[in-house]
Design a protein around this ligand. Structure first.
Ligand SMILES: Cc1cc2nc3c(=O)[nH]c(=O)nc-3n(C[C@H](O)[C@H](O)[C@H](O)COP(=O)(O)O)c2cc1C
Length: 446
């Protein structure tokens, strides 16, 4: 029932906004694809079943727009395997490994775990790899195991990861900078997620003095002095990220962490110029963004991750997120990474396949800013449908990358796309993997 209602809601919204969101911006070919897939129930591969000739023509049209010609075997890359360029960054496909906290650093230092974890995902086909939120100060950590970038030693440890990705893989690597705010000083996930540490904790800061959960430590509402310190920490972190050679920077302004706590009316009860209207709530996050941007090379892209829905009455909705996206775009953000929730612990999210993609669609096509879609995008068919319909420019994939470091290589093989490069050391694994897939398909037909 929920599925049918979701499909109906998506389709209804498409018709409500068709003029300003799609008809005015999309070329006729993409407009048609968008209309056919408007409910998010009909996918790329469904369309292939219905009309393979039309879909192949569309794939060719899309690939030409992305500047690619068919491969030597005549194969046209499907939308998720087309390259994407933004500023001086060119990605060889549209899949990003989304940032995921691994709780495995000591004193914020990246170690061999991070090298192997991120290095293997970069070898596994994602075009852009993000390590977990990297914290700008010791009190900006979620847990004692989070990565940091407040010292030169940490910067050098991160450079080792960057150098591996650049020299051994075709991937690029971004850094997500953040401060945990009131959600800091908690235990490692496997010891009790969101539970305050018992020993060695730190004082918390946030937009307002409200704890995340009843059992959480209560943060102090930030003073102007705190704000200046945190801006300076973000700027130092950015300079270290530049020195480490990261290709892209993302400012984490989602999930109830420090900057997000300013944006949401549920966590920001301030009565000064940093609280109240959307413009006031965005004032401090924008100040941080501008300071970071000034320290980041003009030639490299910078994105902002937003919670596009608080999933709670009185909280931000996708309409509010679009207002914030516009503000960050005006301040020079190159992309908006459209996540949602985790702002208040009482939230009531509605999960499901591609559940956050409509937020990306809205922001990309109403605000006219490139976006990253994320959330329950777990197979090639999902990513192809999103990219082909212009609902996002990139798809970030998180948990499937935990289950399978070679997620992208495997998805390429499953849809028979030969143009995705495997590491030269692994070529014989590819041939066997493809043979096994073909065998399984033949068995299933019997
Ligand atoms: C273990 C874990 C840690 C995460 N840590 C971060 C993080 O550091 N920064 C962030 O923006 N999102 C974080 N996320 C959210 C993911 O980036 C992603 O938005 C979310 O998992 C939805 O994508 P998925 O359905 O592909 O998993 C984390 C998710 C998981 C599962």
């Amino acid at each position: 029932m929920a599925r049918i209602q979701n499909a109906a809601r998506n389709a209804m919204e498409w018709f409500e906004v068709v003029g300003e969101r799609y008809a005015e911006h999309f070329e006729p070919e993409q407009f048609m694809y968008s209309m056919l897939t408007r409910s998010q129930r009909i996918s790329h591969e469904n369309l292939r079943l219905r009309d393979p000739v039309w879909l192949e023509g569309y794939e060719r049209w899309f690939a030409e727009r992305a500047g690619v010609q068919p491969g030597a075997n005549g194969q046209v890359p499907p939308p998720m395997f087309t390259p994407y360029s933004i500023k001086d960054l060119t990605l060889h496909n549209r899949i990003v490994m989304s940032p995921m906290a691994m709780y495995s650093a000591t004193d914020g230092l990246a170690n061999d775990f991070h090298l192997v974890h991120l290095g293997s995902r970069a070898m596994g086909g994602a075009a852009l790899i993000f390590p977990e939120m990297t914290c700008v100060s010791p009190d900006g950590r979620i847990t004692p195991g989070c990565l940091g970038i407040w010292s030169d030693e940490q910067g050098a440890a991160l450079k080792r990861l960057v150098d591996f990705v650049h020299t051994q893989t075709p991937a690029k690597i971004g850094i997500q900078l953040g401060h945990a705010g009131r959600k800091g000083s908690t235990k490692l996930a496997w010891e009790g997620i969101d539970q305050p540490v018992e020993e060695g904790g730190w004082d918390l800061i946030s937009a307002s003095a409200l704890p995340y959960k009843a059992a959480s430590h209560t943060p102090r509402a930030m003073t102007r002095e705190d704000m200046d310190r945190v801006v300076a920490d973000f700027v130092s972190a950015t300079k270290r990220a530049v020195a480490a050679g990261f290709d892209m920077l993302e400012l984490h302004a989602a999930h109830g962490y420090l900057l997000s706590s300013f944006l949401s009316p549920l966590t920001n009860k301030r009565e000064d110029e940093y609280g109240g209207s959307a413009e006031n709530r965005a004032r401090y996050p924008l100040e941080v963004f501008r300071a970071v941007k000034a320290a980041w090379p003009e030639t490299k892209p910078i994105s902002v991750r937003l919670s596009a829905h608080d999933w709670y009455e009185g909280g931000n909705t996708p309409a509010d997120a679009a207002v914030f996206a516009q503000m960050f775009k005006d301040a020079g953000a190159d992309m908006i990474d459209c996540s949602s929730g985790q702002v208040v612990s009482e939230e009531k999210p509605v999960y499901g396949r591609l559940f956050q993609t409509p937020f990306s669609d809205k922001i990309r096509n109403e605000i006219d800013v490139p976006t990253i879609a994320v959330g329950a995008i777990s197979e090639a068919d999902h990513a192809n449908s999103i990219i082909a319909a212009g609902r996002a420019d990139l798809c970030a994939v998180a948990r499937p990358h935990l289950a399978d470091p070679a997620f992208v290589l495997h998805e390429a093989a499953k849809i028979g796309f030969e143009g995705q490069q495997w590491p030269k050391q692994y070529h014989s694994g590819r041939a066997q993997y493809v043979t096994n897939l073909q065998r399984a398909a033949a068995e299933a037909k019997r």
